[in-house]
Design a protein around this ligand. Structure first.
Ligand code: MG
Length: 293
């Protein structure tokens, strides 16, 4: 698929900034750059024309067309019948990694977007807790919760974060694909190249195929955005359960609050607690345990 849009001179910098990490060494004649972003090849020409090529060309062209040319804050989503996946918890010392694959139908797009799903990154936790129960009937989903005890065991066996994520995404996407084989568009929020993704899941008996890979997928695809909201919801609920279990309000993220919570917990339960409820390979562990060495 090919899509061409024209951008103003003053918008070209934004485009260059965005695609800088994905730029190729070689570029076609009369072009400023060529980049490969997920499944889309993007070429900016000296004339100001931008060509998008590949299975996700329409999504990326719409993203830039709406966001930049028409100067809107929000942009058109890909809202066709699709399955999309995203994960949360990978940057949080406490709490699990949660991957969700969501199936959405075009006919429900207005209701989903009214709930605020079109901009999932901007949603507060309060908003997510409020809207998630209302998603029932508007989508279907599968999920995978990887608790930290298991995360740490796999990590010690040499499974890095991206491999674990790839296995979880594959599992969730397959579940939805098997349930809705008629849906052809399957989108993953890209966290590694597609080539690496398939390397990570090489040993799996069943692999999801016809995968479309999108960077910033939660801003471009309604299915991925829906998945990211549900994943966050599940994560928040799991964090509540975990906090109840250790009788301590566990902070999110991996900042100084997390270190001080970790110190309190180790004082109370011993350092083994970290292997149960925290991502042991994070730098926080050293900061928390230093005072005990
Ligand atoms: Mg993501």
């Amino acid at each position: 698929m090919n899509k061409v849009i024209k951008v103003d001179k003053d918008k070209i910098d934004k485009l260059i900034n965005y695609y800088e990490p994905f730029m190729r060494d070689k570029k076609p004649p009369y072009s400023v750059f060529q980049a490969k972003d997920g499944d889309t090849v993007v070429t900016l020409y000296e004339s100001g024309k931008v060509m998008f090529q590949g299975p996700t060309a329409d999504i990326d062209a719409a993203f830039w067309g709406e966001a930049i040319l028409i100067e809107k804050e929000s942009f058109t989503f890909n809202t066709e019948d699709s399955i999309g996946s995203d994960e949360v918890g990978t940057g949080d010392y406490f709490g699990p990694i949660v991957v969700v694959a969501a199936m959405i139908k075009e006919e429900n797009k207005d209701k989903l977007m009214e709930l605020g799903i079109k901009d999932s990154k901007a949603l507060t936790d309060e908003h997510i807790l409020k809207i998630s129960p209302k998603l029932k009937g508007l989508c279907d989903y599968s999920y995978f919760i990887l608790n930290n005890k298991v995360y740490n065991e796999y990590n010690e066996k040499g499974y890095n974060m991206n491999k674990l994520k790839a296995l979880m995404h594959n599992d969730c996407l397959l579940k939805m694909h098997n349930k809705y084989p008629e849906i052809k568009k399957i989108i993953i929020d890209e966290f590694t190249t597609k080539e690496r993704f398939y390397d990570y899941i090489a040993d799996e008996t069943n692999k999801i195929d016809n995968l479309t890979s999108l960077t910033k997928g939660e801003s471009k695809s309604l299915a991925v955005a829906t998945a990211s909201v549900i994943a966050r919801y599940i994560f928040l609920k799991e964090m509540d359960k975990l906090s109840d279990k250790v009788h301590y309000p566990l902070p999110k993220g991996a900042g100084p609050q997390v270190d001080s919570a970790g110190k309190d917990l180790v004082k109370e339960h011993g350092k083994e607690i970290l292997k149960e409820i925290a991502k042991y390979n994070f730098g926080n562990t050293k900061k928390i345990l230093d005072i005990y060495i």
